[in-house]
Each structure stands twice: as C-alpha cells, then as structure tokens.
Design a protein. Structure first.
Length: 387
C-alpha cells in the first residue's frame, strides 16, 4: 500500500488550526485507503500522555524527538528539539513513502525536505495557508531573511502547492506560473459534530455569543468586545482564547474596565469535545476579519467548524469569505471594521429567530458541499498523481 508523509507541523494530534488541518488532510487520505504518517520533530504539549509513536484515530504518527510531551527543563527541551530535527531528516531519508506534503513557513525546513525528496525521487508538495510577509514574525531580522529566501526559491523547489486562498494562489503564480496548484479550503469532520453527545457547559442554550481564537489577535478581540458592548445585548459574550500567559494577561487588562456586568467570559484550555458543545449551544458564532493583507490571505479553520455547528455566523466581506458565502443567505457579513456595524448585525439577529435558523442551516450546507474532509481525499490524491 502507498504511503504519504505529512511534515512540518509539530504537536500532532493536539493543537490549533495548523495541526487540525494536517489531521484532516491525513483523515481524508486514510478515507481512500492511503497510509499516512505524520512526523513531528518536537512536542509542544506539556501534558500529553500518548507515546512518542503510535496511531491516533487511524493515523500513524512519530515524534522524532522521542517524546510527545514538552520537557519542563528548558535545556533538555531545546536539546530534544535539536535531536528531533536531525533525526527527522534521517528518518525521512531512510523511510519508504510515495509523496511528502509539507506544512511549514520555514525556508530551511522546506529546503531540507526538498533535497531529501529529490535524492529519493519523491514528489514534495506544500500547503500554503498564511502570507509570510504579513505575519508578526516578518518584522524580526530572522523572519525577514527567511521570507526573502522563501519568496525567491521555494516555489521552484517543490512539485505542487495547496494554497488556501486566491490571494496566495496569485502570489505563487507570480513566482512560478507553471507550478501545479490545487485550491484546498478549510476542512471539517461533519460526522464528529453530528454524532457528538453534547457536554454540560454550564450555560443556557443560545444565551451567548462566542468567539474562538488566539489571544494574540488583540485587535479582533477589541473589535468584538466593543461591538458587543455597543449592542447592549442581554446575552453574554464568551471568548474562548488560547495563548501564553502574557497574551491572556493583556486581554484581561483590556476587559477589566469594560466588564461591569460580568457578561464577558474568558475561557481557555477546553477539550475539543467541550469546545464543540460551546459552538453548538451558542446563539451566534463570531469570526470577523481585519481588513488587511494577512486576513485577506488566510481562510480561518474555525469557519468550517462554525458551519458544522449549524449556528448563525458573523464574519467579514473580505478575502476568501465571499467565494463561498453570501450575506443574509448563509452568513452575516461586515463591510467595515466599524464595531457599530457588528452591533447592528447582533441586534438584527436577536430580533429575527427565523433568520437565525436559515443562516445556521445554510452555513451547514456550505460545509457539506465544500469543507467536508471526506470529499477532499480523492481530489488531493488525484492532484498528487497528476502533478
């Protein structure tokens, strides 16, 4: 049986959007009976109780640093990561596989993977989900150097690409017009959402708005909070945030003078099953975009999960969103970054229960037609074989 290696994303199977996307690509290929192995060169979870190699939900994985848990000792941790990076390349070199799919923005990693694959006469493909030049890391000296080499050389080092947006597809075409591309939008496991026995979340059904994202997206969080407060809604606002202590502390300080009624609730470190229950019990799910290049390039992974929850969604008329969504038909779209527009959308929803049902059901139809991971596996395989 043929085998595909998934490379470049650390922390499988637990993690945020990048890990979840990799996991669903793996499941989509497993669905059509392809063997998939996910390699992680370092662990990012401090309390992971799985072995360093094994199978998770039918997907084989291997931590080349020989630990699925992040070491508490910083010196040991970094030695482990260095070892994992070296051993990863050795394992790739001496393993049997047919294709490599890489998810990385690191030029050095992609170069190493590419050289090994060329030695083995194996095709290598890159998932492209973020605009390097718009990321915060682009401001550092190392980030600038990485992006110079990435933009100049990567698109001639690989055999094909999976851009997540038309913006990123155009960037690839500027550098290498002949490189094969396959547009790969967000992915979601609809069966998981439909079959999950919802957990107790200590909140009344449809009594809150919800945003789930990184605490580092402070501009987005401020926009949501200001819009919510201006709407004067009786419903609560739940912010499910992930991030380091300093990022969460900044959010806490911002909220300290604005949460007089204690209606804004911050939650972190939820299990995935409980997070999905929060989605499905929400009155409305929020995922506004910033009207900037970074958000024009990306396609938020959470949007697929929101659609699978069958709840109304408020997002922005920007970037990739309008390609699959229409305002007032399967979503509510904001045309500006004025928080008063968000407040008006909230009020409109609260005054029209029928609209809520229509938007939620139609959003699910979008997910079923375009985002279901089960329909993506054969398309991915056909692209790998034809490129």
């Amino acid at each position: 049986m043929s085998r595909i290696f998934l490379l470049g994303t650390d922390g499988f199977p637990y993690g945020m959007a990048a890990v979840q996307k990799q996991f669903l690509i793996a499941k989509s290929l497993k669905e059509i009976h392809y063997e998939v192995t996910v390699l992680s060169k370092k662990s990012l979870n401090k309390s992971c109780n799985i072995p360093f190699k094994g199978s998770f939900d039918g997907i084989e994985y291997f931590y080349t640093n020989l630990s699925a848990s992040e070491h508490k000792n910083k010196i040991v941790k970094h030695i482990s990561w260095i070892f994992g990076s070296i051993f990863e390349k050795i394992k790739i070199l001496f393993s049997d596989f047919d294709y490599a799919i890489v998810s990385s923005r690191s030029f050095i990693d992609i170069l190493a993977y590419s050289v090994i694959c060329k030695i083995k006469s194996i095709k290598i493909f890159l998932t492209y989900v973020e605009d390097n030049d718009s990321m915060p890391s682009a401001k550092s000296t190392f980030g600038k150097i990485n992006n110079i080499f990435f933009n100049k050389y990567v698109w001639n080092m690989i055999d094909g690409a999976f851009p997540i947006s038309h913006f990123l597809s155009d960037k690839i075409r500027e550098k290498n017009p002949l490189l094969p591309q396959m547009f790969l939008p967000v992915s979601v496991d609809l069966d998981y959402f439909n079959d999950l026995k919802q957990e107790d979340i200590n909140h009344q059904k449809y009594s809150y708005y919800l945003f789930c994202g990184a605490a580092g997206y402070l501009q987005t969080i401020k926009f949501i909070v200001n819009g919510y407060l201006f709407s004067n809604s009786d419903k609560k606002l739940i912010l499910v945030l992930n991030g380091n202590f300093s990022e969460l502390e900044i959010v806490s300080k911002f909220l300290s003078g604005k949460n007089q009624k204690n209606n804004i609730i911050v939650i972190s470190n939820l299990s995935y099953s409980k997070l999905v229950s929060f989605y499905k019990y929400a009155f409305c799910l929020l995922i506004p975009l910033n009207f900037d290049t970074r958000d024009k390039a990306r396609y938020p992974h959470k949007l697929g999960e929101y659609c699978a929850s069958k709840r109304p969604i408020i997002s922005s008329n920007w970037g990739e969103i309008p390609y699959h969504f229409t305002d007032m038909e399967n979503i509510m779209l904001l045309d500006s970054d004025d928080y008063k527009d968000l407040a008006n959308k909230m009020k409109l929803l609260e005054n029209d229960k029928e609209l809520c049902e229509i938007l939620g059901n139609n959003a699910y139809k979008v997910a079923r037609e375009f985002f279901d991971y089960k329909i993506q596996g054969q398309l991915i395989l056909n692209f790998l074989q034809s490129s």
